[in-house]
Design a protein around this ligand. Sequence first.
Ligand SMILES: Cc1ncc(COP(=O)(O)O)c(C=O)c1O
Length: 390
Amino acid sequence: MTDFPEAVDRRGTNSVKWAVQDDELPMTIADMDFKTSPAIIQAMQAKLNLGAFGYEDIPDEYFNAVADWYEHQHGCRPKTDWMIFTTGVVPAISSAVRRLTSLGDNVLVQAPVYNIFYNSIVNSGRHVLSSDLVYDAENHTYSIDWDDLEQKLANPLTNLMILCNPHNPLGIIWSRDQLIRLAKLCRQYHVTIFSDEIHGDFTFNETGYVPMFSLPDELIQNVEVAVSPSKTFNVAALHAATVIVPNANLRAQVSRGLNSEELAEPNLLAIPATIAAYEKGQEWLQQVLAYIQENRELVTNFVRDQLADSVTVVPGEATYLMWLDVSRLTDDSAKLAAFIREKTGLILSAGSIYGGDGNHFLRINVACSTKLVLSGMDRFARGIEEWQQK
Ligand SMILES: Cc1ncc(COP(=O)(O)O)c(C=O)c1O
C-alpha cells in the first residue's frame, strides 16, 4: 500500500470536520485529511515571502491554467473568455439563484443531493422543486425519472436547475447522452442549468466525467458551470472557484451578480495556489486517486464480507464519498447516525440531510488515511451490531 499522500492530524487546527471529541472519528464533511500538493504549498510560500498584499487583478495565466487543466484532464478546453473568478461554488450558486430567478420561483434539484443547494435556494426566498432520483433497491442504482423531470421543467415557475455533475452524495457520473437529453429539455423549457462540477476530478471509471461546457454549442447557451480546485487539491479554505458561462448575455448577468455581491475578488493566495494546482498538481492527484480508490474498495469489501445482511454499498464511480444503504436497519438514518456516534464515536453523515430517500442511507467520507478507514469500519460494524441488539 502506498504511503503517499500524507494524512495530517487536523485536531485543534480550526478544521470544521475535526472539531470533535478526542475519541471521535469524523468521516463526514467533504474535505480530505491529506496535505495538499507540495507545488501549491510552494506557490503560497512564495506569495507570503513577497510580503506585499495589496489589491490584485486576476492574470491571464490563471484562466489559461484552468483551460489547460480541463483540456488535458477532461479532453475539452473551455474558452478563457467564458470564465469568471469567484470565491466559491456555493457563493456562485446563491448568486445565480438571486440573479437568474425571481422571488417565489422554483429551482429544480435532483434529491438526494448536496444539502447546501437547499440553503442557497430557500435562503433567497425561492422554492425547492425536486425531481427525485429513483432508487432500484434490487440493483442499488439510481436513475432519472425523465417524465417527472420534464413535467417539473415545464412548470412556468421553474427557471433554474442545479445539477450536481458528478453527483454528491451518490457518486453518479452523468453520461454525455443523459446530459444532452437534459440540456435539450432545459433549452425547450427556458430553464438555465447551473452545473456544479466541483467533484469532477474524482472519477474512478475509464473515461472520467463530461463537463457540461463540452456539449454542442447550441445546448450550452443557457448553461453556467462551476469548477474549483477546492475538492481536488484539498484547498476549500482558499475560496477559489471559476464559473464558465459560454453565452455572452448570460455571462454578463452572472458577472454583474458576482461583482455586485463582491464574490469576484480573490484573496491573496487564491490565484498562485490555483495556478500551481492546475499547472503542477496532476501527478499528486493521480496518487490521491489511487489511494482513495483503495479506501473505496476497502469499504466495499468490508461491508460485503462483514455486514452483508444489513448494509449495502451503493456502487458509485465518483467522489471520495460513499452512499450506504441502511434501509434494512432503519427508515430514520439520522437516528442511526446518532446511535453509532454515541456508541462508537464514528461520525457519519445522515442521508436524510440530502433529501429524497436519504432517510434510508448514510454517507461516509473515505478521504483519510487507510488506518482511519479501518478504524471507521471497525466502529461501524460494532455500532450496527449494537443497533440490531437493542
Ligand atoms: C457538490 C458540492 N458543491 C459545492 C461544495 C462547496 O463548494 P465551495 O466550498 O466552493 O463553496 C461542496 C462541498 O462539499 C459540494 O459537495
